[in-house]
Design a protein around this ligand. Structure first.
Ligand code: AMP
Length: 460
């Protein structure tokens, strides 16, 4: 199938071709016709599948359709969990609308209010926003949702995981009932399904399984690790490889990201950390440095790196395995982009084996075990397909029993170790109660049945 068959208009086809997108990805091929037909839609798809275009292209088609009765103002709202994603969706929107007259704006926290207020005063037709800052502007009467025609909840599951439930529900209840709603999520957990049930009537569904994802270009490897020191030695060995031109190394906590980046820098590597405790401008600067090749090794947490769209990442290294299969898929999707190949390497110590099971079950495949000569795990590896699987004996570990491990040294961060929680788990405290406009700002014109409390960082 090609994009012409999706009935997209000529300026959009021209922009797609300029972006080097010649064939729709599976999520695009399935979601775009349904969205163009005006259906509400629930789509299960990870980042890396081309999901952004799956909702941006129908949104642009809507925006370029003639509507003589239309008042100027917001017609399409995209809500997304992180600032990086909002920035990237805005960038993709600009690229796809290059030959259209569409005024879109990204509104997210950590950026000065002044610019956003000026941008909103120009009545953009499309806003791409993170929940907290969006609600702030709604409360101050700067965004009117009453004319909206399309509402996109991007990474809905992630937003709920991050504690945005009240904010998300607030926005959902404020959008007009007859506006088209599209919900994208990596997985459909109970909370996401409940939200979708409240938001939509008779939605169409599109599901892209992990096997259909565009990860064929990524070689996935697994290195079994005896200890933190062993992981560190393996990492240094990989860093010495000149074939690793640009890498993202994932650590579980912000503190570890900082200290690993510091250590690598002290050893002479161009490295930097990226995590949610950094100011937005420091995050932007770091991402820019990575993009421009001034940084070779980025040590990141999941929240900060989610959705990062940088081409030319040769390697993703899971120094710490993620706690969920979705995060694994997200992480590895940072490499192998835009037609290039990439390598995703995961270190797994004893404490990670349960997570590894979950990831492999989700992927429907075992990751290929590799060893670095001279840095083999001390505990013997025996039997098993592809030479992994049996590392030693751990009779009471449970699970699928195909991997046994008895090495006694404590892993770096055993599950539930009382250390700092992985970033994102407490990303934003859940707020409750009634939000009141404390500056007498005009109330939004649309229904505002539920009101999450005012974000703490809002100055009157
Ligand atoms: P996303 O899942 O939306 O984050 O997209 C992942 C990457 O795929 C981005 O770099 C997009 O520019 C790229 N992409 C999206 N659609 C296509 C397509 N049809 N052909 C080639 N690349 C695409």
């Amino acid at each position: 199938m090609n994009f012409e068959e999706l009935n997209l208009s000529a300026p959009i086809l021209k922009a797609l071709s300029r972006c080097g997108h010649h064939k729709p990805t599976p999520i695009q091929a399935e979601a775009i016709p349904k969205a163009l037909a005006g259906h509400d839609l629930i789509a299960s798809a990870q980042t890396g599948t081309g999901k952004t275009a799956a909702f941006v292209l129908p949104a642009l088609e809507r925006l370029c359709a003639e509507r003589p009765d239309r008042k100027p103002g917001l017609r399409v709202l995209v809500l997304t969990p992180t600032r990086e994603l909002a920035g990237q969706i805005a960038q993709a929107t600009r690229a796809y609308s290059r030959y259209l007259k569409v005024h879109s704006v990204a509104i997210y926290g950590g950026m000065p209010f002044g610019d956003q207020i000026r941008a909103l005063a120009q009545k953009p037709e499309m806003v791409i926003a993170t929940p907290g800052r969006l609600i702030d502007h709604i409360w101050r009467g700067r965004i009117d949702l009453s004319q909206m025609e399309m509402f996109v909840l991007d990474e809905a599951d992630r937003m709920l995981d991050m504690g945005f439930i009240d904010d998300v529900e607030f926005v959902c209840e404020a959008v007009p009932e007859d506006c088209q709603k599209l919900l994208f999520a990596a997985t459909m957990g109970a909370d996401t399904a409940r939200l979708a049930g409240k938001l939509m009537k008779n939605p169409q569904r599109v599901e892209i399984s992990p096997g259909q994802m565009t990860h064929e270009s990524i070689e996935q490897r697994l290195h079994l690790a005896d200890s933190l020191q062993h992981k560190n030695r393996m990492l240094r060995s990989l860093c010495r490889d000149e074939g690793m031109t640009r890498a993202i190394i994932f650590s579980a906590t912000k503190r570890d990201a900082d200290s690993l980046a510091r250590e690598l820098t002290a050893e002479g590597y161009s490295a930097a950390a990226l995590h949610g405790d950094m100011t937005q401008s420091a995050r932007n600067r770091t991402v820019m440095n990575l993009r421009q090749g001034r940084i070779r090794l980025l040590v990141a947490t999941d929240v900060a790196a989610r959705g990062l769209d940088i081409t030319g990442i040769s390697h993703v290294i899971n120094f710490d395995l993620p706690r969920s299969a979705e995060d694994y898929v997200n992480r590895i999707g940072r490499t192998g982009r835009a037609g290039k190949s990439g390598v995703a390497i995961s270190f797994a110590s004893r404490a990670d084996l349960a997570y590894l099971d979950v990831i492999e079950s989700y992927l429907g495949q075992n990751l290929a075990v590799q060893v670095i000569p001279g840095l083999e795990p001390k505990t013997p590896i025996s039997g098993g397909n592809g030479a992994r699987r049996k590392i030693s004996a751990a009779p009471n570990r449970g699970g699928r029993g195909r991997r046994v491990y008895s090495e006694g040294r404590p892993a770096r961060r055993p599950a539930g170790d009382g250390g700092k929680a992985p970033e994102g788990s407490r990303f934003r405290a859940k707020e409750s109660g009634t939000r009141k406009a404390d500056n007498g700002a005009a109330k939004p014109a649309t229904r505002l049945a539920r009101r999450p409390s005012r974000p703490k960082n809002v100055s009157a």
